[in-house]
Write a protein that binds this ligand. Structure first.
Ligand code: ARG
Length: 489
């Protein structure tokens, strides 16, 4: 970013005639947004092209002017893409920088581009165009992460891990089932973005500064050219509404919440105390003092960056709460939180999609390290916490005992097993029968981890067969209701 100020004379600024002294240097820096809104340049040009085309079609400017504008803007886009465009702080923002360059290139035709338009409806249009494209990238990023999780879930559809409540071993679950919980969260996230996209995809242009314009404009035409679903129907709302930015940032916050929860688990699971999983080295760092350390930096940062995105959501909500209609300069502060939210979310999704991928194996050899799962340690941990105690209670209920009595009988059996430092399945039948005479030889099949997970065989349950069914369902949904396609409809 070139933040060069030049010595423009007063007539070079768009509103200069009214002023008796130039804007103070510090105030210029304070009020300028070009340092960050230059990112909207391609969308600003796209919006200007659609606006110019409509002005020409309506006979508001000549078709020769339209041609000159198109030619000039195409050259400017090339200059920007080649990194040759000189952004000037004196020209305040992306809009005035591009317009000034256009006028330098094509003269009066450039000065006619702003007919029937204001920077207020222009910036709202630019941000919506940028956010629409960004939303599509986010949905694609979520789908990619889901694909990695689905592969992992498939590979571990019957791997047993302790399921926790209160972070205490509760009941055995399949690791595939656990992973699929995150796939579900991400499914809701993608749907939220697809829904938010509908409200992003409305055209503010035509609202001009706030009241509309007296020129015979055709807003529907501009909306159509830009791929918007329709126009914003109230000019005051059109220039001042930033709900779509808040919604996007909320949807992003919720994705980050989900990824932060997953991060917390990954941090626990990869600690030597758990040793359930191993994150590939390229996502971790060592310690400069403790040679044995391998730190899960990426999950920790995801957990940390979640706070940063929440901060942006709070910033945007607070930005809007005190603003009277219509446009206020406050709105310029919408961009940095929004840009940073999108940047943070997109890179997080990309890194997680890679970090949670299965290792790539070719000819029996790992050619690219991936997410490793230590099945033995997961299994051992499931045994350590008397995870099948509920299964024993359910077994007694099926033999006719009321559930509350069964619960108490099993609690006593667990206490005995804890004292003896053995698992329930290691107690001899005669010992088990001391707690409930109903217990027979067939009890051992329910006390196994496999028996426990297999018995939870209904939709939403943890049985391996259900994990496979859930994977198939989601895979079909992702293919059939391609959210990106739906979002664009
Ligand atoms: N840079 C401004 C923004 O981001 C553009 C709109 C400025 N409009 C105005 N009347 N000053 O909001």
């Amino acid at each position: 970013m070139i933040e060069k100020t030049n010595s423009l004379n007063k007539k070079d600024t768009s509103w200069s005639g009214r002023f008796n002294e130039p804007v103070a240097e510090l105030v210029k820096k304070y009020t300028a947004s070009v340092g960050f809104d230059y990112r909207l340049a391609a969308y600003d040009i796209q919006g200007s092209l659609a606006h110019a085309k409509m002005l020409g079609a309506q006979g508001i400017i000549s078709l020769d002017d339209v041609k000159a504008i198109e030619q000039g803007l195409a050259e400017i886009l090339q200059e920007i893409e080649a990194g040759q465009f000189e952004w000037l702080l004196d020209l305040e923002d992306v809009h005035l920088n591009i317009e000034k360059r256009l006028t330098d290139k094509i003269g009066d035709a450039g000065k006619r581009l702003h007919t029937g338009r204001s920077r207020n409806d222009q910036v709202a249009t630019d941000v919506r165009l940028w956010l629409r494209a960004t939303t599509d990238q986010v949905i694609a990023g979520i789908t990619k992460l889901q694909a990695s999780l689905l592969d992992l879930a498939q590979a571990h559809f019957d791997t047993i891990i302790p399921g926790f409540t209160h972070l205490q071993v509760a009941q055995p679950v399949t690791f595939g089932h656990h992973l699929m919980a995150y796939v579900e969260m991400l499914k809701r996230d993608a749907a939220r973005f697809a829904d938010c996209r509908k409200r992003i995809n409305r055209l503010p242009l035509g609202a001009a500064a706030l009241a509309g314009t007296s020129y015979p404009i055709d807003r529907e035409m501009v909306a159509k050219t830009l791929g918007f679903d329709g126009v914003c129907e109230n000019s005051l709302d059109a220039v001042s509404d930033r709900d779509f930015a808040i919604e996007f940032t909320f949807a992003a916050s919720l994705v980050m919440t989900h990824l932060s929860r997953l991060s917390e688990e990954l941090i626990l699971w990869s600690s030597p105390r758990f040793a359930f999983v191993d994150i590939a080295d390229r996502f971790c760092t060592g310690s400069s003092i403790m040679p044995q350390k391998k730190n899960p930096d990426v999950p920790e940062l995801v957990r940390g960056k979640t706070g940063r995105v929440y901060g942006h959501l709070t910033a945007l909500l607070t930005l809007m709460k005190g603003q009277p209609l219509a446009y206020n300069k406050d709105n310029q502060e919408d961009k940095e939180p929004l840009f940073d939210t999108a940047d943070t979310l997109l890179v997080t999704l990309e890194i997680y999609a890679d970090m949670l991928r299965l290792p790539v194996v070719e000819g029996g050899k790992v050619v690219k390290a991936g997410f490793m799962v230590n099945k033995e340690n997961m299994r051992k941990a499931a045994f350590e916490g008397y995870a099948t105690a509920t299964d024993l209670a359910d077994y007694l209920v099926k033999k006719g005992m009321p559930f509350r009595d069964a619960h108490e009988a099993v609690a006593l059996a667990v206490r005995h097993a804890v004292d003896k430092k053995v698992d329930l399945s290691e107690l001899p039948l005669s010992t088990l029968q001391e707690f409930a005479t109903e217990i027979g030889e067939d009890v051992y099949s329910v006390l196994t981890l496999e028996g426990s997970v297999n018995s939870r065989n209904h939709i939403g349950g943890t049985a391996p067969a259900q994990v496979q069914a859930a994977i198939a369902r989601i895979q079909a949904e992702i293919v059939q209701n391609d959210l990106l396609v739906i979002a664009k409809k």
